[in-house]
Design a protein around this ligand. Structure first.
Ligand SMILES: NC(=O)c1ccc[n+]([C@@H]2O[C@H](COP(=O)([O-])OP(=O)(O)OC[C@H]3O[C@@H](n4cnc5c(N)ncnc54)[C@H](OP(=O)(O)O)[C@@H]3O)[C@@H](O)[C@H]2O)c1
Length: 334
């Protein structure tokens, strides 16, 4: 398969004087992209909250500059390596993409071959990016909650930031597994959509002004995109032995809670980092996302934008205005 000498890239750059960071549409030599033995022609990427933070310079995501943005990529192998053959469809999410390693917002991605997962049967390249890091995060959260003992029938599972990328996928994956779901959202216009994805109930964001040390026991488990006092409220209202999959900070990083839910009710705080975790679990989660965790409405949750739309979408996602998942079309698989 032929490889072009230059590639389009949406690159994070830092002004050497002001240190301000901005993302710029540019062309780079393909030979200068990334490090590793596997070269992939990228067909799709996605836009996550973290991508928005990086591209707008809102938070220091990249550790070096210039660096190609995008924490997710899917595409076709053009230089075989490891267990991956030329022409294989693969997906790469997390690791150091867009932090220390060139990411998915370019025509090509070069990575160590063991970062790539061969796309399981039952998922297209586009669908794999509707899932992307958000899907891996939701699936890992459910995996950890189930490892903590959660089963359908145990009672309501709370999902916060439910209209967001991880939240909407969490709702639809939990629904596929038969859970009773309470979805919390700040967007009234998303209530019907969340019900369609499988939420049993949809409520407005909880009032977290005066969180008690122990509130009424409500949740068998929860998936939290928001963090801050929402996480404290979830801890205080989780049932005995229940788990909280904590992966988000869309509402803040400071959590003022007490030890009471943990020592009196045995509530389990389950930290989720979708960037780095064992590769055998990652492979298993991709298989599950193609089968028992595959959202019934996956194609409605994702909406496709062009490569040239990246600056606009990256700006919008940091304001909390984007619902569902944004998939970036970079090229056809050919
Ligand atoms: N730990 C990990 O590995 C990992 C991986 C992926 C993402 N994350 C984190 O998980 C969170 C969600 O990611 P995402 O990609 O789904 O982002 P997203 O699409 O922007 O969704 C975040 C949602 O949180 C809610 N929200 C936003 N600002 C809020 C505020 N100030 N207070 C309360 N709720 C607020 C909004 O939902 P509603 O309007 O519906 O309430 C928003 O849609 C982010 O914090 C992200 O950094 C972590």
């Amino acid at each position: 398969m032929s490889v072009a000498d230059t590639a389009r890239a949406y690159q994070l750059q830092q002004d050497p004087e002001t240190k301000a960071v901005a993302a710029v549409m540019t062309q780079v030599p393909t030979a200068r992209i990334g490090e590793g033995d596997l070269l992939v022609r990228v067909t799709h990427s996605s836009v996550n909250y973290k991508d928005g933070l990086a591209a707008t310079g809102t938070a220091p995501i990249a550790r070096r500059y210039p660096l190609i943005g995008g924490i997710d990529a899917a595409g076709v192998v053009v230089e075989a390596a490891g267990s991956h053959q030329e022409g294989d469809h693969v997906v790469v999410t997390g690791f150091d993409l867009s932090e220390k390693h060139d990411g998915g917002y370019a025509d090509y991605l070069r990575v160590p071959s063991d970062w790539a997962i061969r796309l399981p049967d039952g998922l297209t390249l586009e669908q794999s990016m509707t899932l992307g890091t958000a899907g891996v995060t939701a699936a890992l959260g459910i995996h950890q909650l189930e490892h903590n003992g959660l089963r359908p029938g145990d009672g309501p599972v709370a999902v916060t930031g439910a209209s967001g990328g991880v939240g909407s996928l969490a709702v639809s994956m939990l629904a596929r597994r038969g859970y009773e779901i309470t979805a919390f959202t700040g967007k009234t216009e998303q209530h019907d959509e969340l019900r369609r994805y499988g939420a049993t109930r949809v409520e407005t964001r909880p009032d977290t002004d005066n969180v008690r040390a122990l509130g009424s026991e409500t949740w068998a488990g929860s998936m939290d995109s928001v963090g801050g006092q929402t996480l404290a409220w979830l801890a205080s209202t989780t049932k005995r032995g229940g788990g909280i999959a904590a992966y988000g900070n869309a509402g803040g990083v400071k959590v003022a809670t007490t030890v009471m839910p943990f020592i009196l009710r045995g509530v389990n705080l389950l930290g989720i980092n979708s960037g780095w975790f064992p590769q055998d679990v990652r492979r298993r989660l991709w298989e599950r996302m193609a089968t028992d965790l595959k959202p019934e409405h996956l194609d409605q949750i994702g909406h496709l934008v062009g490569f040239e739309d990246l600056p606009t979408v990256c700006r919008e996602i940091v304001t909390g205005a984007v619902a569902g998942r944004t998939v970036v079309h970079i090229a056809d698989p050919g």
